[in-house]
Design a protein around this ligand. Structure first.
Ligand code: SF4
Length: 694
């Protein structure tokens, strides 16, 4: 099914699944893709891969792929196949009609972290230059937007501090709210190699992930916190570090704002923030927490890696900043082997954020209200630009239900499945007059679309992806687009139909424009990436070949900023009716909502999502392994099978979200991060009971 014979040529390209960014040789016989072989010279993977990148590419030629544009006057009518010219003209005229009727800000768009940097840049440019507003957001909103906010605030740059190689210099590895074995398998292997060499390991996670104990790996400390208490745990660790004199004051005086440090130190030192005082709240034994804090502060190079278990909370941004505070307090920023490293979920989530996909920022994280930056873009693009930040995804949906937002261009994102509170998303989409979905398959969101533009896979285009270590790598066309156009060409067609003078002939020209307009990308070009295999931004006059480790000698913002991060309990509470806490995650063989991997042989490894429940909670409810159970929250209900396991603690249940039948986001709530609106996917109060099945 997967490997089809002897190849006669190969094209090196980059995996389109997770943020590790493995490089592959796509081997072909004639025009047919035969197999994907991990590339030994790939800087992020060095010849390794996982079952997704290696085997799960057959979706590109899946029979359910849509290859012709389709339109319909209303969502209760059947789709009508049309030619590209008619579809593009329809999109342009609908957006112009809506803006003429309801105003400039009545339309917007969503970029995709699955698409290339160049495609993402063009979508946000279409909205800013063509639509005349800043109503652009990205699927990073629902995963790592708190990383952007938290690391920019504390360090000055919205990105991880290290390259993957750095883990080889780490003495203490702290993994918070991440399960790299399933989510970032190739990097997990490198981490495990370092652990087998003797590095110490702290795991902060409500669940006993594979890292806590598996073959030849055992965490030195597992802090099994109650979901939602990250900030309290990190503050208690800081309490120990400051209280026991373990802070690196020489580093702090030299590299950080000393007055802000003192304010923070006084805050964390308050007695009610100690491990003992917060033990009942967090569920973490005080002695374990003290030991973990001492190890991180005194064990040599301390490297923190974190995932969505940090960001997808009402205190996601606070948690990112609490992590940054710990790293600065112990001098663990600015050299190899240390750092604060978000493990990015999607292949290009770093890149989509870098390219200006947020409603308040141009490429390179510069605020739209900054006159000098805006003037630079206005000069380049030849139009006045809106100085007001635009709407986030959830605000667009709110505005739609209020009747003032009417048109949405969605590239490569199934917001009905991936965003919280499905009912709210559906209501917002249903209230719009023109929803354009550009994707590979008729996804759930397309049920509310008026135009469907077939998308292209990563195998059918040139471009770049930027992985979790800021590494920009080439994506090379392996086969001609089955739909006729790469995604960047489709965006250009829409722009031209709207009257914009776009004449890109290759994605390298788009990257050249990014480089002209973005100081941190000033030295980036396709030629340079090809010559060196990859480039890690910032890459400019100061660092012509890129920057593997950031903040050496000084933070990007000048002095590192300590931020007081007070623990605030989520409004999502357990109680007699909803006594358990649901948290969610991924499994190795699948990717996100499964649109690609479910259409490959990988589906056999994980044909359904299961609900993990502790034996005590299962026994109390008469639930046995493989029983059907209902999972009910204040927001909604779904049905799935149970697996009884001690991987979760009593009081906590867990599921993956790779199959539409699970509808995990029917369960999740409307609560979100206070700074970025990243949804609180990781904490939902639920009840669980036996069911007869779906
Ligand atoms: Fe590498 Fe991630 Fe692709 Fe697996 S999914 S091959 S770890 S980039």
């Amino acid at each position: 099914v997967i490997e089809k014979g002897t190849p006669d040529r190969a094209v090196v390209t980059t995996c389109a699944y997770c943020g590790v960014g493995c490089a592959f040789r796509a081997e072909l016989r004639g025009e047919e893709l035969v197999r994907m072989v991990p590339w030994k010279d790939g800087k992020a993977n060095r010849g390794h891969s996982c079952v997704k990148g290696r085997f799960a590419w057959g979706y590109a030629q899946h029979r359910e792929r849509i290859l012709k544009p389709m339109v319909r006057a209303s969502v209760d009518q059947p789709w009508r196949e049309v030619g590209w010219e008619e579809a593009i003209a329809h999109v342009a005229s609908e957006f112009r009609r809506i803006q003429a009727t309801y105003g400039t800000r009545s339309v917007g768009g969503i970029t995709s972290s699955r698409c290339t940097n160049e495609e993402t840049f063009l979508v946000q440019k279409l909205i800013r230059q063509g639509f005349g507003n800043n109503n652009v957001d990205t699927c990073a909103r629902v995963c790592h937007s708190p990383t952007g906010y938290g690391l920019k605030t504390t360090f000055g740059t919205s990105a991880g501090t290290q390259d993957f190689d750095s883990v080889q210099q780490a003495d203490v590895i702290m993994v918070i709210g991440a399960n790299p074995t399933d989510g970032h398998p190739v990097f997990a292997s490198r981490m495990k190699r370092r652990l087998r060499q003797g590095a110490k390991l702290i795991v902060v996670d409500p669940r006993r992930t594979d890292l806590v104990r598996s073959a030849r790996i055992a965490a030195d400390h597992h802090l099994p916190l109650k979901p939602g208490t990250n900030v309290a745990v990190l503050t208690a660790m800081a309490h120990v570090i400051v209280g026991e004199g373990l802070a690196d004051e020489a580093y702090i005086r030299e590299r950080c704002d000393w007055d802000e440090y003192q304010d923070w130190a006084a805050f964390v030192s308050e007695p009610h923030r100690s491990p003992e005082a917060t033990e009942a709240l967090t569920g973490v034994p005080a002695a374990d927490l003290r030991a973990a804090a001492r190890l991180y502060a005194t064990g040599g190079n301390g490297a923190i890696y974190y995932g969505l278990g940090v960001t997808e909370h009402s205190q996601g941004s606070s948690t990112v900043m609490a992590i940054a505070n710990l790293a600065m307090a112990t001098g663990n920023i600015g050299r190899e082997g240390v750092g604060v490293n978000p493990l990015r979920g999607q292949n290009n989530v770093q890149g989509s954020c870098d390219m200006g996909s947020f409603p308040h920022e141009y490429s390179g994280y510069r605020h739209v209200s900054d006159p000098a930056t805006r003037a630079m873009f206005e000069a380049a693009w030849g139009v006045p630009l809106d100085p007001e930040p635009g709407l986030r995804i959830n605000n667009m949906l709110d505005a739609a239900t209020d009747g003032v937002f009417k048109g949405l261009f969605i590239q490569g994102e199934d917001i009905l499945q991936s965003d919280p509170n499905t009912t709210h998303v559906a209501a917002g989409l249903a209230a719009m007059e023109c929803v354009v979905v550009q994707d590979l398959f008729l996804n759930e969101t397309a049920n509310y679309a008026h135009v469907f533009l077939p998308g292209s896979t990563f195998l059918e285009k040139d471009g770049t992806f930027t992985n979790a270590e800021r590494r920009i790598q080439l994506v090379r066309k392996v086969m001609a687009p089955l739909n006729g156009y790469a995604d960047w060409e489709i965006v250009q067609l829409v722009a031209r139909a709207m009257g914009l003078d776009w004449n890109y002939t290759h994605p390298s020209e788009i990257m050249d424009e990014v480089a002209r307009l973005t100081p941190s990308f000033a030295g980036v070009s396709f030629d340079l990436i090809a010559e060196h295999g990859s480039i890690q931004w910032p890459a400019n006059d100061k660092a012509p070949l890129g920057t593997p480790t950031m903040h050496i000698g000084g933070f990007a913002r000048g002095k590192g900023k300590f931020v007081v991060t007070d623990y605030v309990a989520t409004d999502e509470k357990t109680g007699p009716r909803y006594p358990l806490l649901l948290t969610t995650g991924r499994i190795l063989s699948h990717y996100n909502v499964g649109a690609q991997t479910r259409r490959t042989a990988n589906v056999a490894w994980h044909p359904e999502d299961l609900l993990e429940i502790h034996p005590l909670d299962a026994e109390n409810r008469g639930i046995k392994d493989r029983d059907w159970v209902y999972l009910r929250s204040r927001a909604g209900e779904t049905t799935l099978r149970a697996t009884v396991t001690e991987r979760v603690a009593p009081g906590v249940v867990y599921t993956t979200f790779h199959h539409p039948a699970t509808q995990a986001n029917v369960i999740t709530t409307d609560y979100s991060d206070w700074a970025t609106n990243c949804p609180e996917y990781k904490v939902t109060a639920v009840q669980v009971g036996l069911s007869n099945g779906p």
